[in-house]
Design a protein around this ligand. Structure first.
Ligand code: ZN
Length: 608
């Protein structure tokens, strides 16, 4: 809930939560859990301190999904009174409402529970799925999976502080979205505190054979020992990124900023868990070329974590601002031509998504209507790239200095609060549009936010460096040998652009020439591989098959997997059969975030 004083003008209701925080809301969590790798469960208790709106507020509603609720106490864990509770009907996406009747003097509630072995937020990795010899556990709570490992008010509009005691096998380190240890504790018992209020989707836990290396006084990186040295080198600019972000939009409010490099099955590029961003190892390219992803997760420390979308329908407020901020950080650090490449790649992705969804699809509005759907399925590139494009349009109309002042003030005045789209538009009018006559008519925010596609006032997107790449691609198509193309100083972004611009009907002979010259099949850069492999599938270029199989069974990042499986399904002859065979083999390595998307695409493989 918003912490601002005075009555709230009708807080938006969250269609993805059973909670009724305007009556009883959670305020602070004390979490005690034991992590058991043998049964793949977490067990313990959660004590919630409550805020009640008045004497009539007599019931606490929590979200839960697949949790085994053992006991509910009114009060603290050691002194509470057992009480009855009721679990509502189970919805496959939303789970169940956990209803707890409160006494007039109840200020805290304790829930004893354990998670199910298949809890959707949790991914339990066997040692062979890691870079080392120990098992690994990580959580992914966004969008509404926190409720699968914690009974909570799982709505981005509800914030709470927390403390936790997590017990793990003594050879493993536990980390959370909180103050974190930097070395092993002999008793395997770790204490955490998060003193800034966060929504439930930012609850995070990771347990594994992980070590820490500082990068600056307030930044550092955690990774498996085999991965750590490369990660330290890859993220050498981290402190500079934080300092740059602060220069633009105000102080970093979360004390430390550390990274945790996960095993490759992590389903996302990164997850902005406060104080401890989780990142995929697929951005470890060896040349610091894919670190814009870190700038993105860092930017969430302002847009998302500090000022949070009130519901998932307002997701563009999290992601649009974050993409815009990310590219501004990258521009400051590496120059405008570099940032323009990122913008152009994002723009191409946006056009792709718009073509996929169709010109009139409501899913291309910035403000979404996800009621009755799994929010994760509705959260597309639109929120990110169309959201960024809206801000870019505003930048062009009002100028950077005015927009930067507005954004800095927006973050500062709504820190640790949630924001819905209607309130944002009101704020935008009051703080920016109304003081610039004619600006609103030129910006047309309603068309951007409540309408489909890209309004025609959007500025053009271009990149000089990509223009040179496109010229090289043209020249190759007209007969210039690949070895004579001017590729000497190309970054991975330029290679990705080159591959994306290849003609759709590029055949085996053409791909062979490119592969012989540039060795794409053996690239250590995941973005280049992810752009190359779909080409090889479409053309039936068999020398890349082994690399494709290795990639699909090792990497769990959904952004890469979905286009690859789509390309496999579309391949002639035995394409669909091959896609399903590969999927059945690789699926155990994927997080539920990825499998829920891929099951819809490929069908769920039957066991045995
Ligand atoms: Zn993001």
């Amino acid at each position: 809930m918003s912490a601002s004083s005075g009555p709230q003008p009708s807080a938006p209701t969250d269609p993805h939560s059973y909670a009724r925080p305007t009556e009883v809301s959670v305020r602070h969590l004390a979490l005690h859990l034991t992590v058991d790798f043998a049964t793949q469960t977490l067990a313990g208790h959660a004590t919630w301190q409550l805020t009640r709106s008045g004497a009539a507020a007599t019931e606490l509603l929590l979200d839960s999904r697949d949790l085994l609720i053992e006991e509910v106490l009114l009060g603290e864990a050691d002194a509470g009174m057992p009480t009855d509770f009721e679990l509502g009907p189970a919805d496959p996406v939303l789970g169940q409402a956990l209803r707890i009747a409160l006494h007039p003097d109840t200020t805290a509630v304790t829930v004893r529970y354990r998670t199910a072995p298949g809890a959707a937020a949790l991914q339990w990795l066997r040692p062979e799925q890691t870079a080392g010899t120990q098992p690994f556990l990580f959580t992914q709570s966004q969008a509404i999976l926190a409720r699968t490992w914690l009974p909570c008010q799982d709505s981005p509009g509800v914030r709470f502080t927390y403390e936790a005691q997590i017990t793990v096998p003594t050879q493993l380190l536990a980390l959370m979205s909180a103050s974190n240890p930097q070395q092993l504790r002999p008793d395997g018992r770790y204490h955490f505190r998060m003193e800034q209020p966060i929504p439930a989707y930012l609850m995070a836990l990771a347990v594994g054979d992980v070590q820490f290396e500082p990068l600056s006084a307030r930044t550092g990186v955690y990774a498996e020992p085999a991965t750590l040295p490369g990660a330290v080198d890859e993220f050498a600019d981290l402190e500079q990124m934080v300092a740059t972000a602060e220069e633009m939009y105000g102080p970093y409010r979360w004390e430390r900023y550390d990274l945790l490099v996960l095993p490759p099955s992590f389903p996302f590029g990164g997850m902005e868990n406060p104080r401890l961003t989780f990142v995929t190892p697929t951005i470890l390219a060896g040349d610091r070329s894919l670190t814009s992803l870190v700038a993105h997760e860092l930017a969430h420390s302002w847009s998302g974590n500090l000022v949070t979308n009130a519901t998932w329908n307002d997701f563009w407020l999290n992601e649009g601002f974050t993409v815009y901020f990310e590219r501004r950080i990258m521009e400051r650090l590496y120059g405008r031509p570099y940032a323009e490449m990122l913008q152009a790649l994002g723009h191409a992705g946006l056009l792709h998504t718009l073509a996929d969804l169709g010109p009139t699809s409501p899913d291309t509005h910035l403000y979404l209507n996800l009621a009755g759907r799994d929010p994760d399925e509705g959260l597309t590139d639109i929120a990110y790239e169309k959201g960024d494009y809206f801000l870019l349009t505003l930048e062009q109309l009002v100028g950077r200095p005015a927009l930067d002042t507005f954004i800095k003030e927006y973050f500062g005045s709504h820190a640790f609060q949630s924001m819905d789209t209607t309130s944002f538009i009101r704020y935008l009018r009051r703080e920016l549009l109304d003081s610039h006559p004619g600006l609103e008519a030129r910006l047309r925010p309603e068309a951007w936010i409540y309408g489909p596609g890209i309004p025609d006032n959007a500025p053009p997107v271009g990149s000089e460096r990509f223009a040179a790449v496109d010229a090289a691609g043209q020249s190759w198509q007209q007969g210039t040998p690949a070895s004579q193309l001017p590729t000497a100083n190309w970054s991975s972004h330029e290679w990705v652009r080159f591959l994306n611009q290849l003609p759709a009907n590029a055949g085996v002979a053409q791909l062979s020439e490119l592969d012989a010259t540039f060795d794409f099949t053996n690239s250590g850069n995941s973005e280049i591989l992810a752009a190359w492999l779909p080409r090889t599938i479409a053309a039936g270029y068999t020398p890349a098959e082994e690399a494709l199989h290795r990639f699909l069974t090792r990497v769990g990042r959904r952004k890469f997997l979905t286009p690859l499986y789509k390309e496999l399904l579309a391949a002639p002859a035995n394409g669909p059969a091959r896609a399903r065979r590969l999927y059945a083999k690789a699926r155990p390595n994927y997080h539920t975030v990825a499998t829920s998307t891929l099951d819809a695409l490929l069908g769920r493989p039957t066991d045995k």
